[in-house]
Every structure is written in structure tokens, then in C-alpha cells.
Ligand binder design. Sequence first.
Ligand SMILES: Nc1ncnc2c1ncn2[C@@H]1O[C@H](COP(=O)(O)OP(=O)(O)OP(=O)(O)O)[C@@H](O)[C@H]1O
Length: 256
Amino acid sequence: MFGFNQAPKQAATKEIPAQPGQRPVLIRSENLNKTYQMGEVEVRALKNATFDLYEGEFVVILGPSGSGKSTLLNILGGMDTPTSGQVYVQEKELTSFSDRQLTQYRRNGVGFVFQFYNLMANLTARENVELATEICTTSLNLDEVMGKVGLSERADHFPSQLSGGEQQRVAIARAVAKNPLLLLCDEPTGALDFETGIRILELLKEVNLTYNKTVVIITHNTPVGAMGDRVIRMRSGEITDITVNENPVPPERIEW
Ligand SMILES: Nc1ncnc2c1ncn2[C@@H]1O[C@H](COP(=O)(O)OP(=O)(O)OP(=O)(O)O)[C@@H](O)[C@H]1O
């Protein structure tokens, strides 16, 4: 095992410095490049991406379609490797991990939330969350997490008996219950109507604060940037801008 998540089993609200730069660095990315060779054509999906992610911060990565957001998220999540450059997670070099180490990292270190919830259709909401916690080492209390995402009453329902927003809540519970170092969310509101999407953003913010989890959202939806502690903007594979929001906007005040 690799000591990725040493936090206690119960949720703890911890005082954290307000400014991202005052928090400990969780992930350091240096000069990340990703090039795809498509026959004669080279696609440079990432160009010299250098940035840090801090413990307990809420980061929104914004960029239009094709700007390299998913490529970046997949590398941070240990699902893909860069063509060159390094990623360090708590000072361990992720980019030199063996396959076995990467599996442990994906299992224990990262909670994934996708646009389409990827739930097991033949398992109840609770069982979907339980399945994820069974294979990892430091999971949180299942019932507490189900309550936190507002699903105590729906825990025995199957995905087909749940609305899209409720299914995304299950997916968030599944990611959080593993008690990972960070949550990586790929267009988490992309399949939801506006109101439901806002509720999901509120839940992600609550998870961020309650469990002091680093949350990274990637989206092309510019207004969502207002809720981040920091916003990383991407275009054509490059990080064009990193800004600190002194006063992040609560999700209920975001409109699109
Ligand atoms: N497996 C692949 N093979 C070849 N090219 C790829 C591959 N994956 C991504 N690309 C290319 O890399 C670039 C970045 O893609 P990526 O999916 O990271 O962008 P994105 O910002 O996440 O886009 P979207 O919001 O549409 O998902 C695009 O030009 C894309 O076509």
C-alpha cells in the first residue's frame, strides 16, 4: 500500500487557510506534454502544462471543447501518462509509478465523478457506494456519506428508479466514500438541467468543505468558474491563465 490517504475514518471539519497559496501542495505538475500521433498528423493535446493543486481547494478548469481538459484530468487521475513532464502527488512522482502503483493510486487516491454517472444498474444506490469502498483501504462510514449526499431515503433504490440528479449524488457518494486525496469531476453537471446542476455543484462544494477534499471540476461552462477558489483556463492544450478568486461565488448565485 502507498500512504495516499491517512485521514481518519470520520469526517472532520478542519480549519484551512483561505488562500490556496497558503495551503500545502497536494499535486505538482511540471511541463506536461501530451502528443497524439494520428498518421502523419501530430495532435498536441497538452503543451507544457505547469501548475500546482493545493490541499482542500476547489479548482475549476475551464476551456472550450478540445482544449485538453480531459487529457489533463486523465493524467492527474493516473488513467493516462504524459508524453513528457512530471506529476508529483504528495511529493511522490506519479509519472514514474509502476502499473501496480497506478492501480493503488486510482483505487485509494482519487474519486472520479463523470458526466454520465457510470453506476452498476443491478446494484442499489447503497451497494454501488459499498462496492467502491470494499476495494479501498481507508473508506468513510457509508451511511454517513449517504446522508451527506441526501440519499438516506433512496439508498435501496436501483439507478433506474432514481433521477439524473440523484444518480449523480450516488456517483459523488461513491467517489467521496473512498476518502480519496482528491475528487476529479469531468463535466459533472453536463447531463443535468440547470437547477439540478446547481444542486450538484452545491454538494461538491459541501464535500470540499466538510471533508477538506481537493475538488477539481473540468467544464466548458464559463460561469462555473466563479465558484472556484482558483480557475485554470486552457486553450489549444495550453494553460493560458490561473486566477485566484478572492471571494468565490456560492453555486446558488451562478447562472448559465
Ligand atoms: N486518444 C486520442 N487520440 C488522438 N487525439 C486525441 C485523443 N484524445 C484526445 N485527442 C485530441 O486531443 C485534444 C484535446 O482533447 P481533450 O479531450 O483533452 O479536450 P477537452 O478540452 O477535454 O474537450 P471536450 O470538452 O470536448 O471533452 C483534441 O484535439 C482531441 O481531438
